[in-house]
Design a protein around this ligand. Sequence first.
Ligand code: FMN
Length: 192
Amino acid sequence: MNPIGPVNALYPMPTTLVGATVDGKPNFLTIAHVGILNHGTPQYLSIGLGKVHYSNAGIFENRNFSICLPSEDMMVKTDYCGIMTGKKTDKAVLFDIFYGELKTAPMIRECPVNMELKLHDTLDFKTHDIFIGELVQTYVDYDVMTDGVIDIAKLRPLLFDMASVKYWRLGPSVGKCWNVGKSLKRQKSTNR
Ligand SMILES: Cc1cc2nc3c(=O)[nH]c(=O)nc-3n(C[C@H](O)[C@H](O)[C@H](O)COP(=O)(O)O)c2cc1C
């Protein structure tokens, strides 16, 4: 194996639109660096925002934000929100916006899935503010659900890859988790 330096190779990531109220108005920015911090209740998610962005002040002020999942057919609007800053451009006009329990975390009706989070903690990195949110509510278009769960084949998430600097789409499923490994487990136990 060949070392190539500390290159973050954890791509693809889902491309998200993070919503916040800034200066009393809704704003959205494109965020690919979203982390899942635990699996359970409450569920904590993190987002890493460069300190230069307009959105950060609104998250600090209102102590909440949204993580909205666009499908691949929202690629152009999603990219636009990652090019333009709310300092100069009203990006909220692009979308049909709604609010949930937290009242000041704007969400997007065109996004099949929207998550609403209250700010749990922040990490002050040199270049980035890391916002850790507690997931309060998830809003879903039933069209992307199958048997009561979100179906990523229907959602068609917009995937982001830093190496190619391109958006990608999801391929087909290749196996069932916590399941396909059982054949090897059985083989190992019979070899003993
Ligand atoms: C595909 C894509 C992914 C991005 N991911 C991030 C990210 O994870 N963190 C970040 O700080 N900026 C990210 N950006 C850049 C911000 O979305 C962009 O600078 C935006 O204009 C900031 O908006 P604001 O100033 O209105 O807050 C991304 C941009 C694109 C196009």
